[in-house]
Design a protein around this ligand. Structure first.
Ligand SMILES: Cc1cc2nc3c(=O)[nH]c(=O)nc-3n(C[C@H](O)[C@H](O)[C@H](O)COP(=O)(O)OP(=O)(O)OC[C@H]3O[C@@H](n4cnc5c(N)ncnc54)[C@H](O)[C@@H]3O)c2cc1C
Length: 391
């Protein structure tokens, strides 16, 4: 049976749900199609860290606007995103301190509540930390982490209240193209016609686009996160990004610490098929993270490993997403390639994509920054850090 919508969004991760919310808010008839359940992909495995530290004014503004969205989530959306405003520290070594200071000045000029802190102040904020290898840190008291699953579900629920249809357990088999235009999607349940189609399918995007002859410059990399029982004596209050050691940690509940990597060479851990990769953390990651934790938080000698998992980043060459219409097929859009930092930007990305679908873009738009063809034009938008995930 054929059904219709103004816009079909493929993918019910945080980006798809945010786009659905912003389109529905603008009165557009949306159907979101998710093959599994909402947030079943990398969104549901995301660490949910929210920060505003970026190297470019556009990404700083996006992060700041998204922060305000998270802060006002209950009134704006309803439901909860479970935002913990713990504060955020980004520690730098001699190689990145100049970049960090320049970024903090940029952020301050754009209204972000942040400052560079000395090692003494760093120790006051995180008394359990060893400052070996660190020369300074950026501090954001208003940042922290939220729950990506709750955020995604709340956005989709609100979109539904505003008239959107949310179809879970429904796989899109192909995008229907007629006369050079996207006309809808073919799902397991039948044909769904639409004026526009948005691919928000994270690591599954390259395959869906390839079937239309569009080669997305997105690779998939396997990333690992481990949870440790915190040593009883150790207090960890902040989200802590450790550039010298190449890891991030954040508190999880009252007595756990979550650890992941910010090393760019994770991108070498390539995965071909997003449905088949090793989903448990491997021994190497567990032992590496254990050593790094003890190095940075010496009391973690008394901590212990609890469990770990692996998920995927969908990564572009500059680690920034593609937010654009795709070439060769009219009315087909893509919001993918957000690598390891798309959750915190999702509120603003949803808004930018809604505007793109409704009114198109002009070269002055921020969204131009995330164009599909920037790589072919040699206009990558890398941030200034060696750890590209920092942006
Ligand atoms: C371990 C890990 C930690 C992270 N930590 C952070 C962090 O601390 N802060 C941060 O900002 N970001 C973080 N990220 C990144 C962030 O989670 C992602 O950028 C974001 O979740 C991407 O959302 P998405 O909606 O694009 O993709 P996804 O979550 O991949 O959603 C895509 C959806 O599309 C569906 N789909 C695919 N194919 C089809 C089809 N044919 N038909 C229907 N549905 C389909 C999938 O089932 C999936 O649900 C992390 C990511 C990972 C993996």
């Amino acid at each position: 049976m054929t059904k219709t919508a103004d816009v079909v969004i493929v993918g019910g991760g945080v980006l798809g749900s945010s786009i659905a919310f912003h389109l529905a808010e603008r009165g557009v008839g949306v159907t979101l199609v998710e093959k599994d359940s909402l947030a079943a992909g990398p969104t549901g495995r995301s660490c949910g860290i929210i920060r505003q530290h970026y190297s470019h004014p556009i990404t700083v503004r996006m992060a700041l606007e998204s922060l305000h969205f998270f802060e006002n989530f209950e009134e704006r959306v309803g439901g909860s995103c479970d935002f913990h405003k713990t504060g955020y520290l980004l520690a730098a070594g001699p190689d990145d301190i100049a970049r960090l200071e320049a970024n903090v000045a940029l952020q301050q000029s754009l209204g972000v509540n942040t400052r560079v802190v000395s090692l003494d102040e760093l120790r006051e904020l995180e008394p359990g930390v060893s400052t070996e290898g660190i020369v300074g840190a950026a501090y954001e008291p208003d940042s922290g982490y939220a729950d990506p699953y709750s955020t995604t579900v709340a956005l989709a629920n609100r979109a539904e209240e505003l008239g959107a249809k949310i179809l879970t357990g429904t796989r899109v088999q192909s995008i229907i193209v007629e006369g050079g235009k996207a006309r809808g999607v073919l799902t397991d349940e039948g044909r769904l016609e639409a004026g526009s189609v948005v691919l928000a399918t994270g690591p599954w995007s390259p395959r869906l686009a390839a079937a239309l002859g569009v080669e997305l410059p997105i690779t998939l990399c396997r990333v690992q996160v481990c949870l440790f029982n915190r040593a009883e004596e150790l207090v960890q209050d902040q989200v802590f990004i450790d550039s010298p050691l190449g890891v991030y940690t954040r508190p999880e509940g009252d007595d756990l610490m979550l650890v992941g990597s910010i090393e760019t060479d994770e991108a070498q851990a390539g995965v071909e098929d997003p449905d088949h990769f090793q989903r448990v953390a491997d021994f190497d990651a567990v032992s590496r993270y254990s050593e790094q934790l003890i190095q940075r938080f010496p009391l973690m000698e008394k901590g212990s490993f609890l469990n770990g998992y692996a998920s995927l980043y969908d990564v572009t060459p500059d680690w920034q997403p593609i937010l654009d219409a795709l070439p060769g097929v009219e009315n087909l859009y893509c919001a993918a390639g957000s690598s390891g930092h798309g959750f915190k930007l999702a509120p603003r990305i949803g808004e930018m994509m809604a505007e793109l679908v409704i009114v198109g873009k002009s070269p002055e738009d921020d969204i131009e920054f995330f164009s599909f063809d920037r790589f072919a034009r040699g206009q990558r938008v890398d941030g200034g850090y060696a750890h590209k995930i920092l942006g």
